[in-house]
Design a binder for this molecule. Structure first.
Ligand code: NCD
Length: 304
């Protein structure tokens, strides 16, 4: 694997290998020497808390040098194009570039203008492959399996790169997906990705995992729901709508009281913070896979 631009870059063996490496890397204390002398650039042209911090920490835990750039405060502010930004930073000969950008396909452009391995950390509403991997890791950790799991993905599928990547990744590992939400937020024809769809919230009843999506208000040019209050009352995940033992996930950031009730987000079946922890281990595994292929993560871990 040269780049990780989309879940389509992965087959089932790749997923297994990365999840296994993440399991070996998780919980290690201190740093590993694996990426000493390597340079990782982190370019975030869109807001991020979890993804940017975990990639940066992952690279540092593997002893890479890290340069983190955000659009605000960089020359992007002055109108520099993505191409010129990449051509400029490519002069430092980075080994990997992690990029988030509001435009679909921006990571491909970064791959074209640099010699680095590129990781897509979210491009518009298109793909967010490392989120899907950390979600698989979290589900397997909590439920012991992926094959045959039923996952209900609830809410704003239309604007969600997380949903698109996760639907593909769950199909790869043999899980079943039902998309649930208002018809305006479920893209027409999405069943072709191998999932079923439903408009009534009752469809989550027999799911092992209820995966709640954020209402992406910043990507909605028009009104997709009559009102946010109505959305919350018909599709919001409240304690009454989930049963004990039914796991609840959310990629963050959470809009409490809109797509998810705070009592569910903070409840005993919430995996939301476990997802954040998984993010660090999985992103270490992805950087390891791209930059240190050949050195098994477990041996890398044993060296430390
Ligand atoms: C998501 C994103 O940015 O795609 N967040 C994340 O990476 N954890 C989801 C979102 O913004 O709703």
């Amino acid at each position: 694997m040269r780049h990780l631009l989309s879940v389509s870059d992965l087959d089932r063996d790749d997923v297994e290998r990365i999840l296994e490496a993440a399991a070996a890397l998780r919980g290690l204390e201190g740093k590993l020497p694996t990426l000493r002398g390597k340079l990782v650039l982190s370019l975030f042209f869109e807001s991020s808390t979890r993804t940017s911090s975990s990639f940066e920490l992952a690279a540092k835990r593997l002893s890479a040098d890290v340069i983190s750039l955000k659009a605000a405060g960089s020359s992007v502010d002055k109108g520099e194009s993505l191409k010129d930004t990449v051509l400029t930073l490519a002069q430092y000969e980075p080994h990997a570039i992690v990029v988030r950008h509001p435009r679909i396909g921006a990571p491909q452009l970064v791959a074209r203008y640099s010699g680095a391995a590129v990781v897509n950390a979210g491009d518009g509403k298109h793909q967010h492959p490392t989120q899907a991997l950390l979600d698989l890791f979290t589900m397997r950790d909590a439920l012991g399996r992926l094959d045959g799991l039923h996952v209900a993905i609830v809410g704003d599928v239309l604007h969600s790169r997380v949903a698109r990547s996760l639907i593909q990744a769950l199909a790869l590992v043999g899980a079943h997906v039902t998309l649930v939400g208002p018809p305006t937020l479920i893209p027409r024809g999405i069943e072709a990705m191998g999932c079923s769809t439903a408009t009534e919230i009752e469809a989550i009843a027999d799911a092992d995992v209820v995966y709640v999506l954020r209402m992406q208000r910043e990507r909605m040019e028009a009104a997709f729901v009559p009102s946010l209050r109505e959305y919350a009352s018909r599709w919001g995940i409240t304690p009454e709508r989930v049963r004990p033992g039914q796991k609840v996930m959310h990629p963050g950031p959470v809009n409490r009281s809109l797509e998810i009730d705070g009592r569910v987000a903070d409840g005993p079946d919430s995996l939301i913070l476990a997802q954040v922890r998984a993010g660090l281990a999985v992103r270490m595994a992805v950087l390891h896979e791209l930059l240190a292929a050949g050195a098994p993560a477990r041996e890398t871990a044993a060296v430390a």
